[in-house]
Design a protein around this ligand. Sequence first.
Ligand code: SF4
Length: 214
Amino acid sequence: MTPEKVARRIIELFPRTSKDRDPFRVLIKTILSQRTRDENTDEASKRLFSRYKTVEDLARASPEDLYDLIKPAGMYRQKAARIIEVSRKILKDFSGKVPDNLEDLTKLPGVGRKTANIVLWVSFKKPAIAVDTHVHRISNRLGLVETKKPEETEVSLMKILPRSLWGPLNGSMVEFGRRICKPQSPKCSICPLKNECDYYHRLRASKSKENSPG
Ligand code: SF4
């Protein structure tokens, strides 16, 4: 299978769509989602947005006001401080509107390419590949890319995949990574892409070498 077909297959098998496209909520939710599970992010976002509806509301708040609301997402002190900083910057430098381009998004405190690319795709439907640990790991295991850092993975994937697949790939690979291609102990035996996977072929080759007599 070509890289494009492999990517299409992952998107087909592990669809993931976001209902909420509001740029500010997507951005804040992405900050809340760092190092926690989806259920925790959803719970924390629900509690936060039930109290604070707009960028102005959050820009006026103090980090301590958010602690209880966002506790389910973990690291709540850092996340609360970040959310307030980001809200204030958006209000001050971008007239209260989340920017719709990578350059300005990455000027927001603590917003890197991954978060920016999620906002660009989910909220503005601009082609962008958000590379997190799942996308980086899976792309390398499958042999789609051979890279050391997520930024290199982003560039390499952009070269080999059509723009129409850039956006949906993140959500689908995250889902695939959570369910099958886990960081530790990937479930290769039940993986629908094992025949296309370099990691799996290497694993089998080393096992058959171990088992061969002499
Ligand atoms: Fe991941 Fe294993 Fe599937 Fe390869 S075969 S993509 S390593 S789960």
